[in-house]
Design a protein around this ligand. Structure first.
Ligand code: UDP
Ligand code: MG
Length: 325
């Protein structure tokens, strides 16, 4: 390919043999109509059906289609990460390879991005999936995530999204965190927008996820929330907890002594060895010290994390400096 594309469209495929052609055709129609300088990056996530052969034969006659096959089924997040690594466009679009997203929405996403966002997420307002197993858990999870992370997105699970490359370049994906991309993006300072998009029922193949996804999403939420606070300053999270434990321990200790010293009718209120507060005092102080030590270990951790990668603890968005080479 000679010209460098402006727009990269990344599509992960896992056992989607009957969707490949339709998704490709629908996408191609829109991209050609809008006359974008584009590339399509198809990532076959170790499919066991005919997906790869179909992608390969499409790619043979279309140089805008770049197809890659992962050695095994790594999962949607690694498949997307592979796509991000290959993408050369300044604007990166992701969508599903199952025909549920509508490529007709792409111009909409681009328009919205150009209004001054770094990431625009699709919102499946009229989602075509089963209610109890998919839509209901999704609504609840989205509400919770919105509250915990304060990222104003109503439908994190929608794959149809557009990103500026410089944002993606700052994000490292792990596990199944592709669903939290807007949260991770917000963390690196992205301006985030949302726009309603169409959604179609799955015509061929099966969904790769079931209701068990809900628990995994919750666990991921804990990770993301924790990392967001932890990587700023571990001693602040652990240390504060530790200090409260120690204060509580000391107060219990003082109470134990007072209860021994103050007498009623010549008898102490409680002797120290018979007072459960004594144990509570000891345990609390030990726990408190442990927390502070964990905070300190965390501090060492983040120094290793940043310094081993020579990663700054800030990200510059723009500059009007003439002195730097
Ligand atoms: N996918 C993938 N690897 C996986 C699971 C899914 O590449 O291990 C792809 C799948 O082919 C589809 C997209 O990710 O293009 C979304 O998957 P699916 O449609 O099953 O999710 P749902 O829309 O039901 O949430
Ligand atoms: Mg789907």
């Amino acid at each position: 390919m000679t010209t460098k594309p402006d727009i990269s469209i990344i599509i992960p495929f896992y056992n989607e043999e009957d969707n490949v052609i339709n998704v490709y055709n629908a996408l191609k129609t829109v991209l050609e109509k809008e006359q974008y300088a584009y590339e399509i990056i198809a990532v076959d996530d170790g499919s066991r059906d005919d997906t790869w052969n179909r992608l390969k034969s499409l790619a043979e006659s279309d140089e805008t289609l770049r197809a890659f096959r992962l050695r095994r089924n790594f999962g949607q997040t690694p498949a997307l990460a592979a796509g991000f690594d290959k993408a050369r466009g300044q604007k990166i679009i992701t969508m599903d390879g199952d025909g549920q997203n509508d490529p007709e929405d792409i111009p909409l996403l681009i328009k919205k991005l150009d209004e001054g966002y770094d990431l625009v997420s699709g919102w499946r307002k009229d989602r075509k999936d089963p209610f109890v197993s998919r839509r209901l858990p999704s609504i609840l999870a989205n509400k919770l995530i919105k509250r915990v992370t304060r990222v104003p997105i109503n439908d994190l699970g929608c794959s149809l999204k557009i990103y500026r490359k410089e944002i993606i370049d700052h994000i490292q994906l792990y596990g199944e965190l592709h669903r939290f991309l807007p949260v991770l993006a917000k963390w690196v300072g992205a301006r985030i927008g949302e726009t309603p998009v169409r959604h179609h029922p799955r015509k061929f193949g099966q969904s790769k996820y079931g209701i068990s996804r809900t628990i995994r999403v919750l666990l991921d939420l804990i990770t993301v929330k924790f990392l967001m606070s932890y990587s700023t300053s571990p001693i602040q999270i652990f240390g504060a907890t530790g200090i409260w434990f120690i204060i509580f321990g000391f107060l219990s200790g003082i109470a134990t002594v007072l209860m021994r010293l103050i007498t009623v009718n010549g008898e102490p209120i409680r002797t120290m060895t018979r007072n459960p507060l004594l144990i509570i005092a000891g345990v609390s102080i030990v726990i408190g010290i442990q927390f502070i030590i964990m905070g300190l270990l965390g501090e060492i951790n983040i120094r290793t994390y940043y310094e081993s990668q020579k990663k700054p603890i800030y990200i510059i968005g723009e500059s009007s400096d003439k002195h730097e080479m």
